[in-house]
Design a protein around this ligand. Structure first.
Ligand SMILES: Cc1cc2nc3c(=O)[nH]c(=O)nc-3n(C[C@H](O)[C@H](O)[C@H](O)COP(=O)(O)OP(=O)(O)OC[C@H]3O[C@@H](n4cnc5c(N)ncnc54)[C@H](O)[C@@H]3O)c2cc1C
Length: 395
């Protein structure tokens, strides 16, 4: 598939190889959160890749964003995940914010001074967003927020959390708010070690009687489910698919290098079969992911393409890491080799923005009754400014 963003891709690749790759051994060994690198990437303007140019962003759209996250994740899925998590955090302000909120926050996100997050998931309700227990209640001219959000991307370095809480009953009973990280009553649980994506914080945010003014509400009262879904459907599925794609490219590259250096196994049919399968799966995932991104940039109704892209890319990278590990034999188990990192990172991209079970469930619902659900892409996507304008801005 032709690369429509070669300059952006080249800039990201140069940064990833020069700045991120040397930090990986430290990230892996310590598990420490990579605050500095994420902020440096934010200063490149990358969190603002989809933010309209009128608010200081690159205005380059979802395909450019996909190329950016894909390219970063080829070197470090953790850093790809960190960048996509804050890109995800821009959606609510861009699509639901008031003009004042857009003018206040989007330029700060675009220039890298504020890292936004989206905090929806809770331990007991997981992917069932309507099951959340965190609350928001009116007090005077503002709101008091209470609850705990888990697995929040960039939880420990984010400056502006986008929190969805229950303010009433039923599906129209959720509301979204902007919460600064240093507001009274906001705290973070210690970041537990994760199996993969080491260096990326996806931890627990605690809200204990946090008072926010009415001006911090995003969207209407009762529109929180739409805020949450627009983030995960419009941005999250493609973002995580891009992380999966990047890991998959790395698995293919590493496995080719490994096999090429071992004439004893390089000619074996079973080894070549595995390489062929990894390569074929990568091409199919790439087609699905970039096809969905292009449709989204054309503001076409493409929810099913976004779901399919996430499902295909995640399932493909799980299979690729398995075949890659088998091909490496015992060498794949060495932590000095990158294969085991790819395997661990690939495990982490399945749950966010919906597990594969949920993606298949949605595809089945659509197959059975296409009129049942609103197409979020149709509702919120906007056609991209011509790429020449967007790229001139980013250059
Ligand atoms: C790397 C990473 C980043 C993340 N970033 C964010 C973020 O920025 N913000 C945020 O709010 N959350 C984030 N999350 C959380 C993510 O959204 C949840 O992991 C996801 O919604 C699934 O919830 P759960 O993991 O609790 O699984 P559960 O929903 O508890 O599911 C557990 C199991 O049950 C299955 N299951 C559940 N419901 C159904 C069903 N209806 N039909 C069939 N099977 C079902 C699932 O497929 C899974 O196998 C992140 C998670 C990860 C791992």
């Amino acid at each position: 598939m032709p690369d429509r963003h070669p300059e952006l891709r080249a800039a990201v690749r140069a940064f990833a190889e020069a700045e991120i790759a040397p930090r990986i051994p430290h990230m892996e060994a310590s598990g420490a959160i990579e605050d500095g690198l994420v902020r440096e990437m934010a200063r490149q303007g990358w969190i603002g890749v989809t933010i309209p140019a009128a608010y200081g962003g690159m205005g380059a759209g979802h395909e450019a964003k996909t190329a950016l996250v894909d390219e970063l994740s080829r070197v470090s899925a953790a850093m790809g995940a960190a960048v996509q998590a804050s890109i995800l955090g821009t959606a609510k302000i861009d699509h639901f914010g008031t003009e004042e909120q857009r003018e206040e926050w989007l330029p700060q996100v675009a220039d890298g001074s504020v890292l936004p997050t989206i905090a929806v998931t809770e331990a007991a309700s997981g992917g069932h967003v309507l099951g959340m227990a965190s609350t928001g209640r009116r007090k005077g001219r503002g709101w008091i927020l209470d609850g705990r959000k888990v697995f929040v991307g960039n939880s420990h370095i984010g400056g502006l959390h986008g929190v969805v809480v229950r303010t009433g009953d039923g599906a129209r009973g959720l509301t979204a708010f902007l919460v600064e990280h240093d507001r009274k009553g906001v705290s973070l649980a210690p970041h537990e070690p994760r199996v993969g994506l080491r260096g990326f914080s996806f931890g627990e945010l605690i809200l204990d009687g946090v008072r926010v003014p009415e001006s911090h509400r995003v969207g209407e009262v009762g529109e929180g489910l739409a805020v949450a879904y627009s983030s995960s459907v419009l941005y999250g599925r493609l973002n995580l698919a891009a992380v999966a794609l990047g890991i998959h490219r790395a698995v293919l590259g590493q496995t080719v290098d490994f096999v090429s250096g071992r004439p004893r196994i390089a000619g074996e049919g079973v080894v070549r079969d595995r390489l062929g399968q990894i390569a074929a799966d990568l091409r199919v995932a790439e087609l699905a992911v970039y096809h969905a991104a292009r449709r989204l940039d054309r503001a076409e109704p493409c929810d099913m393409d976004l779901i399919t892209a996430k499902l295909q890319a995640v399932e493909a990278v799980r299979r690729a890491t398995d075949l890659g590990m088998q091909t490496h034999g015992a060498a794949g188990l060495l932590t000095s080799m990158p294969m085991e990192r790819y395997l661990r990172d690939a495990l982490c991209v399945e749950p966010p923005a919906g597990t594969s079970d949920i993606q298949r469930h949605r595809l089945a619902e659509e197959a059975l009754d296409p009129s049942r659900h609103v197409q979020w892409s149709q509702r919120f996507a906007r056609p991209l400014t011509p790429p020449s304008v967007a790229l001139a801005h980013s250059a």
